[in-house]
Ligand binder design. Sequence first.
Ligand code: TGC
Ligand code: FAD
Length: 392
Amino acid sequence: MAFESLDFYRIDDELSDEERIARDAVREFVERDFLPRVVEHIRQDGSFPLELVPKMADLGLFGANLHGYGCAGMNNVAYGLVMQELERGDSGLRSFASVQGALCMYPIYAYGTDEQKDRWLPAMARGERIGCFGLTEPDYGSDPGGMLSRAERRGDRWILNGTKRWITNGSIADVAIVWAGTDEGIQGFLVEKDFPGFEARDMKGKFSLRASITSELFLSDVEVPEENRLSGVTGLRGPLGCLTQARYGIAWGALGAALACFDEARRYSKDRVVFGRPLASLQIPQQKLVWMATEITKGQLLALRLGRLKDRGELHHSMVSMAKMNNVDIALQVARLARDMLGANGIVDDYCSMRHMLNLETVRTYEGTHDIHTLVLGRELTGFGAFGDEQR
Ligand code: TGC
Ligand code: FAD
């Protein structure tokens, strides 16, 4: 039976025709092309349906809120709705689009030279070139400012050394945006997959985000020409500026996962008979559904307001932190409750809630953990950094 999206506060009324059309096109793609194959991919550890990339490109899903260079140029609400629908399918599907658009195309768009933009953006928008974003290291995740990766200038070239871990799409990427320390501060480099000394190896054994490729990147004396440096930014604000774009998409995306779980739990509870009555006719299941619907509705309002502020250029990154933190947190709780309401059926992959629940454990960790966003907001509200480093 077709998915029914919760819209208790008639938020649809607030959307333009263009925004609804973008959302509905992706909803149909997910329903028709993605969902029938997701189970096959989660049963294989770390496999993504790459055959869908051309279709995703045709729908304008890569760099969808960027303008020019063959990008769709959607406003940020339409872009958010697209992310919501992709993650209604699976967090791995939304991750693929987030990494390609917000973490790879955006830094080239915002910090790159005209030559870099012309070379990479149209090809990435068409899905002919795949990117990955290498910030996290084995010993520096929440605190990327401590990174050990280094880039040393040698004339018109840079020599890169270091290791990046937990990198989405690492082994299938044509280009890795690698962030490394230099004498002038952290800088970004476009490392092409065939540069000698560069290697990507897949990470296995994940319980979460199984329909997504996660890799480790090894850089050993990799020579990168100066023309591959992102010369428009220096310092941690470079990668953090990209994260703001991706976290914005996650604030919407997490709602998609929550909507899928809510829909599944509501349907199931109407059909499932316990003690001679539909589960949905009992008070405790109703309380669970009401909690889910209320939190999803609050999350939708947060996301919509954030999108309108972003379109007006009035967004502060701490607002994105609040929405990422809250919407992922409630989505994970919704998924856990939905799984619980399905009883034993909830643990098999005929149903989606447990898959979303496991995925959302990653979403709670990546792009700034729940704790890190709490600390960002704590610092914003009080003026005191509580990260544990006295210099902050
Ligand atoms: P801090 O002093 O706060 O900031 C340094 C400079 O950056 C600016 N800034 C930001 N700019 C844009 N957006 C943001 N969100 C920003 N946050 C800070 C800030 O204004 C400053 O600029 P300037 O010009 O004064 O230099 O830096 P800090 O060292 O205190 O660190 C702050 C902290 C801990 C919040 C930051 O390091 C952080 O966000 N840590 C979390 C790391 C993280 O999120 N990693 C994600 C890796 S990528 C990933 O997970 C991809 S998953 C992909 C997928 O599959 O979807
Ligand atoms: P840690 O930083 O070691 O944190 C461990 C725990 O300590 C957490 O609970 C955290 O909240 C808490 N903590 C940390 N600091 C503090 C503090 N100051 N005060 C209180 N508590 C604190 N990274 C990329 O660069 N590119 C990618 O494409 C990418 N994709 C990913 C895909 C997957 C599937 C996963 C799981 C991760 C991915 N990441 C990626 C990495 C992700 O961003 C990091 O895992 C994340 O930033 C957290 O870092 P960490 O794992 O080192 O945890």
